[in-house]
Design a protein around this ligand. Structure first.
Ligand code: ACO
Length: 332
């Protein structure tokens, strides 16, 4: 038995923030951003848009696309680094918005969060007797970015995307659709490379932490960059090896959209050509846990993903976490 993708959906804010507009806010240029990151614009949530509202919209679209009703969903997982509020978890709000009656939880694994929830949802489908699991990656990163910090303000955007996972029959053929293999990892000794220092039990929010702007994301960009390419390549190769495949078997490489240069370098080292690599960072920036499902959904809507295609996903992020998955596209 395997976990297959039955439906997908996205929700992004209408509001676009272009590089030209950022030039007016921080000391940067369109040329620097495009050359160093590949980003041209990103979506920014309006005050009434939140992680839960975007996740709910994406989840509803995925359930509809799968031809299901909310009551068919047996479990909801929301991967996010920007929860609706500290308590309760974001899934409580999303489940209420969608009219779900099932259990839910949030999953935190930075930008690798989507791969982690895909693997977790798949395990509960194949080993836990569930029939449908809704996995959503949703972020409103614009609320944790220091608007005066040019090293992060240009990189991140808001958005959400959802997949409905369904269990295949118990006697699925070897070449049938579904999750084939994965690799997950985390090196916590690198936690300080990408963090929001304040607002948790270690350093609760105070007047001092606000004065020091410690409620905002801090990133050692070049160090993350240096490790990201190696991490993605090693993890993707591990997942491919576990699937008994090589990069030449991959029809579509859908990496986390953090930086076009990281994507290009990783694809090159993996030996996957640009025409088989899905890139949408130019239009959305880095949307953390939403980035891989957003790219999957756009590729599926465009008709690029065909039943039987082998899809390689790979993400990395705060932690540092990483996660790769190999799946064969198609419904159960
Ligand atoms: N505009 C103009 N100049 C800038 C900007 C900017 N927005 N930001 C930095 N610079 C300057 C720097 O100050 C530096 O100037 P200097 O040479 O005078 O000191 C110069 O540009 C080069 O800066 P670097 O930081 O070395 O530039 P780099 O090529 O490394 O690009 C970037 C920076 C884009 C942040 C890159 O390091 C990167 O993408 N890192 C990985 C980020 C990432 O993947 N994060 C994962 C997030 S996942 C999650 O879990 C949230």
């Amino acid at each position: 038995m395997r976990a297959c993708v039955a439906g997908w959906g996205t929700a992004v804010p209408d509001l676009r923030l272009t590089n030209a507009e950022l030039e007016d806010r921080v000391k940067t240029t369109d040329a620097w951003i495009v050359e160093r990151t590949g980003i041209r614009e990103r979506r920014i949530a309006r005050p009434d848009e939140t992680t839960a509202s975007l996740a709910t919209e994406a989840g509803a679209a995925a359930i509809k696309q799968a031809g299901l009703s909310p009551l068919d969903v047996d479990l909801l997982i929301v991967a996010t680094a920007t929860p609706e509020q500290p308590i309760p978890h974001t899934g409580a709000f999303v489940g209420d918005g969608l009219g779900l009656h099932c259990g839910s939880f949030d999953l935190g694994a930075g930008c690798a969060g989507f791969v982690y929830e895909l693997v977790t949802g798949a395990a509960l489908l194949t080993g836990g007797g569930l029939e449908h699991v809704l996995v959503i990656g949703a972020e409103v990163l614009s609320r944790i970015i220091d608007p005066t910090d040019r090293t992060t303000a240009v990189l991140f955007g808001d958005g959400a995307a959802a997949l409905v996972l369904e269990a295949s029959s118990e006697h699925a053929p070897d070449d049938g659709p579904g999750l084939l293999a994965f690799d997950l990892g985390c090196d916590g000794s690198l936690a300080r490379l990408l963090e929001i220092p304040a607002g948790g039990s270690r350093l609760p929010t105070s007047v001092e932490t606000l004065d020091q702007r410690l409620q905002y994301l801090k990133m050692q960009g070049p160090e993350v960059f240096r490790r990201a390419v190696r991490t993605v390549v090693d993890s993707a190769n591990t997942a491919l090896g576990r699937a008994g495949m090589a990069s030449s078997d991959v029809d579509w490489f859908i990496p986390h959209q953090a930086n076009a240069r990281i994507i290009d370098a990783a694809a090159h080292r993996l030996g996957i050509p640009a025409e088989r690599t899905i890139v949408n960072i130019d239009r959305y920036g880095n949307t953390s846990a939403a980035s891989i499902p957003l790219a999957i959904s756009e590729a599926a809507d465009a008709g690029d993903l065909q039943a039987g295609d082998v899809v390689l996903l790979s993400g990395f992020g705060a932690g540092m976490t990483w996660g790769s998955a190999v799946l064969r596209w198609g419904r159960a």
